[in-house]
Design a protein around this ligand. Structure first.
Ligand code: B12
Ligand code: SF4
Length: 444
């Protein structure tokens, strides 16, 4: 059996990633038993994350899995390494495999500093399947040479770390089996605040050719589209099979391929599907036609990663659009009757008091239904993390990939003050303003 863990939380929880259901579907199709552990075992007596992890580790250990796969996002580095240690203590011979954004960015460091045996880099479906096949034929030695034949991984071999050849991303998304939603137990999730009902994710394509300097995307640059009819068929199947009519569209940017996005909307409309969904897009991608089709197809909320209101900061960040383009997109969506929530980050390359002012003015005039503000946090594997000097920022590193950025003219304190001042000023003129990320680390 293969146990798969994403960031486990106590219920109620309203969103779940699609990485594990995709991995589990491929494993099951090949005949392996898989289990997804996304929620902690019922523990009404405690909220202590260490105790919850202990209980999860106990529950998994009872099942004696052959492999445990775990998703790691960078901010979750410390608790996931702790959980891996608990699992290793209970299951000395089980292969521990890490995947997702953090292992894709820092596989060598993770293997050197944790109990994980293998890191899967990039999309994990076929690397994990090959690992499972190897374990199934008795290749259980955790540091054995057989892992060398598997592309797209790094693994421990004695004191050395071996990194294999990169694996090309999944070419034919339509060949992937139906998502293993069944293993998530969708009935245990709460209503999604954006939709007002229970929901799950949906993806119509993978990959992103853009090069935002703060982004690491394990899906790679190559755009791969799913057949729109199959995307909509999946939505219909989820609604029928699990009674879930809400969908969070996890396309990196809905509308990146305009014809494809229109085709997805048109197919939902043609089939008369009774679904609601939210999505993320950018200003240069939506116009009146697409916005109207999205509305007709059941879209009820759009998130905009505008990031900043200053065009030079956007240019420095290689974001690929201007604030005027964003405004045009927001206008098109709102005219179509779609609420728009704009996400803004302060502290990107080139940020100054003047650019913060422009961001606040943009937030005031853009007429978004909600504004979410945050202080930019750099992540490993991104261009800014790798080459801060090229972006004229200073990265201050703490333990476990905790880090912050200072620009030539804004210190950490000034960036925090700017976020708070922006929130205070905007709360007078925008219906919904919130701070998404603006916390000091324990070591600061
Ligand atoms: C849905 C989602 C969530 C959901 C569910 C998360 C979960 N635990 O599954 C919720 C809302 C809970 C969430 C929370 C957080 N998230 Co989130 N989330 C997303 C989102 C929008 C979609 C993820 C998804 O389903 N993608 C589609 C699937 C198919 O791709 P995938 O997840 O990358 O999985 C593939 C590969 O990565 C790999 N893989 C992934 N896991 C594993 C595991 C194994 C064993 C293997 C072999 C392979 C493998 O194979 C998969 C299939 O090809 C992404 C943005 C995005 N567009 O990806 C952000 C994103 C992943 N989240 C992010 C972050 C930072 C967080 C939080 C830490 C935020 C916070 N500060 O609290 C928390 C952490 C939660 C947690 N406990 O783990 C960042 C990660 C950045 C980074 N460098 O680490 C992203 C990229 C958003 C961003 N740009 O900032 N998130
Ligand atoms: S942040 Fe930029 S590069 Fe990353 S997925 Fe979104 S648009 Fe693409």
């Amino acid at each position: 059996m293969i146990a798969l863990i994403a960031g486990p939380t106590k219920p109620p929880r309203f969103a779940q990633g699609l990485g594990l259901p995709y991995l589990a579907a491929v494993l099951e199709k090949a005949g392996f038993a898989a289990k997804i552990c996304d929620l902690y075992p019922a523990s009404p007596d405690t909220d202590d994350p260490v105790v919850l992890d202990e209980r999860l580790a106990d529950a998994i250990a009872r099942e004696q899995p052959d492999i445990i796969g775990m998703t790691i996002h960078t901010p979750e580095f410390r608790p996931r390494v702790r959980l891996a240690k608990m699992l290793r203590e209970r299951l000395p011979r089980t292969l521990l495999v890490a995947g997702g954004h953090h292992p894709s960015a820092e596989p060598i460091h993770l293997l050197r500093n944790s109990d994980f045996d293998v890191c899967v880099i990039g999309e994990g479906e076929y690397s994990l399947l090959e690992i499972a096949r190897g374990v199934a034929v008795g290749r259980k030695e955790r540091d054995a040479d057989w892992l060398r034949d598997i592309r797209g991984i790094a693994f421990k071999q004695g004191n050395r770390i071996v990194r294999t050849q990169p694996r090309p991303s999944v070419a034919e998304l339509d060949s992937l089996p139906l998502l293993a939603h069944r293993l998530l137990g969708l009935e245990h999730y709460a209503a999604h605040p954006n939709l007002g009902i229970r929901s799950t994710g949906i993806i119509s394509y993978r990959g992103c050719p853009r090069r935002c300097a703060f982004c690491l995307n394990p899906q790679g640059r190559r755009l791969r589209m799913r057949n729109p009819a199959l995307v909509v068929e999946e939505m219909a199947w989820v609604a029928k099979e699990f009674g879930v009519r809400g969908f969070n569209n996890y396309d990196n940017l809905f509308g990146l391929n305009r014809r494809h996005a229109l085709a997805v909307c048109e197919e939902i409309i043609r089939r008369g599907l009774d679904v609601v969904w939210d999505s993320w897009t950018a200003g240069d991608l939506v116009d009146a036609e697409l916005a109207n089709k999205m509305k007709l197809a059941g879209c009820v909320r759009v998130g905009f990663g505008a990031e900043n209101g200053d065009d030079q900061v956007l240019l420095n960040t290689q974001r690929g659009f201007t604030s005027a383009q964003h405004q045009a997109g927001i206008d098109a969506l709102r005219t179509a009757g779609l609420p728009v929530e704009v996400y803004l980050m302060i502290g990107l390359p080139g940020e100054s008091a003047a650019s913060v002012r422009r961001t606040i003015e943009f937030a005031k005039r853009c007429k978004a239904d909600g504004i979410a503000l945050g202080a930019y946090r750099p992540y490993p594997g991104t261009a800014i993390w790798e080459h801060p000097e090229r972006y004229a920022v200073r990265i201050v590193h703490g333990p476990d990939f905790e880090a912050y950025v200072e620009t030539a003219s804004l210190s950490r304190a000034a960036i925090f003050d700017s976020v708070r001042e922006a929130e205070a000023e905007l709360s007078h003129c925008v219906a919904k303003v919130g701070i998404l990320r603006c916390d000091r680390y324990a070591w600061e």
